[in-house]
Design a protein around this ligand. Structure first.
Ligand SMILES: Cc1cc2nc3c(=O)[nH]c(=O)nc-3n(C[C@H](O)[C@H](O)[C@H](O)COP(=O)(O)O)c2cc1C
Length: 196
């Protein structure tokens, strides 16, 4: 396998990538072959200690509704609510777009790599999944929300102790083209230290 092949078009892709709101995505989502490529790209992120401290849970088709029921159960357990718009929204959350990949940050203590670095690696996974999906002509959005922070959801997903949900990555196709959003001013972010 060749490594580090230059590809200036990749920068074009990064510069024009825009999230598409998950509920505005239309079918199709990535098919099996495309999804395999997207997820494999996600596994190539920098990872101090080669710990692979992340797991990908894929929800497609009816699995999305089952995940929605799981989230709703967790919400009812936590709040006592058995109906209402919030519960309805949470139940429908996973099925709002064709494909959902839940990225879990699952730190390992096999080597003395700081927890922070392992969490950052999970963030890199999420962004790489977005770029890979866009490279294949799909669109994506990285969401979190209540379910990402619910212990009841973590337990029902059987995530190991210490795991956190880094993101719900939704994928589909673009319906309406999104508008550009405000971006930071370059000089607000970048400081060049004097070279002499
Ligand atoms: C960790 C993380 C969690 C996010 N969670 C949400 C969310 O729950 N709801 C939301 O509207 N946007 C959320 N966003 C922002 C969107 O993913 C996206 O960045 C935003 O819509 C702007 O998009 P773009 O610059 O990717 O086009 C989150 C971003 C990150 C990095």
């Amino acid at each position: 396998m060749s490594l580090n092949i230059s590809n200036p078009e990749t920068l074009d892709l990064i510069m024009c990538r825009r999230s598409v709101v998950a509920r505005n995505m239309v079918p199709p989502g990535p098919d099996a072959e495309a999804l395999q490529k997207i997820l494999t790209a996600g596994m190539r992120v920098p990872d101090h200690g080669k710990l692979a401290p992340w797991r990908f849970l894929v929800f497609q088709g009816a699995a999305r509704a089952r995940f929605g029921d799981l989230i709703a159960d967790a919400y009812t357990e936590e709040t006592g609510q058995t109906s209402g718009p919030t519960l309805k929204g949470l139940r429908g959350f996973p099925a709002q777009a064709p494909v959902l990949v839940t990225v879990a940050s699952v730190p390992s203590d096999a080597k003395p790599i700081p927890d922070w670095e392992q969490r950052l690696s999970a963030g890199a996974v999420c962004q790489t999944l977005l770029i890979a999906a866009h490279a294949l002509g799909y669109v994506g959005q990285w969401l979190t929300g209540w379910a990402a922070y619910s212990d009841g959801v973590h337990r029902r997903l059987e995530l190991p102790e210490g795991a956190r949900i880094a993101g719900f990555l939704f994928f589909g196709s673009q319906g309406e083209a999104p508008a550009e959003r405000a971006r930071p001013a370059f000089d607000d972010i970048v400081t060049h230290w004097p070279e002499d």
